[in-house]
Design a binder for this molecule. Structure first.
Ligand SMILES: [Zn+2]
Ligand SMILES: [Zn+2]
Length: 127
């Protein structure tokens, strides 16, 4: 867990949330949750997930799941987790953290808009 820099006010609530996030994302329960999520995807769509940005096959072993929201951390609902390959996930975060305009969108809206942007790039279009 990154320590807050001096002079930057990390609220107690933010520190608590950050600690809860690290605990959950490194737990065996999270790995089990990922497996359940994957099984639910296959049951729902009838095929394994692909990266929602570039369309590459998404593997349970090393694929990332982006949180559209942290509202149910530890009990994420199916649609709150978005399958992304690692490079696309890194690109998504670069976009949503790139400017104050992006940062002030709520997380679900920022996620959806950033994925739409990445998809346009993936298909060769340039804004
Ligand atoms: Zn991808
Ligand atoms: Zn993410």
């Amino acid at each position: 867990m990154r320590e807050p820099r001096p002079g930057i006010a990390w609220s107690r609530q933010r520190l608590r949330r950050r600690a809860a996030y690290v605990t959950w994302m490194t737990s065996a329960a999270w790995l089990a949750h990922r497996r359940q999520w994957h099984a639910a995807w296959v049951a729902h769509y009838g095929e394994p997930p692909r990266c929602v940005s570039c369309g590459e096959p998404w593997a349970l072993r090393h694929g990332d799941l982006h949180h559209r929201t942290y509202d149910h951390l530890g009990a994420e609902r199916f649609a709150e987790l978005v399958p992304l390959c690692r490079p696309c996930h890194a690109r998504l975060h670069r976009v949503i953290e790139s400017s104050p305009a992006w940062r002030k969108l709520d997380r679900p809206r920022a996620t959806d808009a950033a994925i739409a942007l990445l998809r346009r790039h993936a298909h060769g279009a340039r804004p």
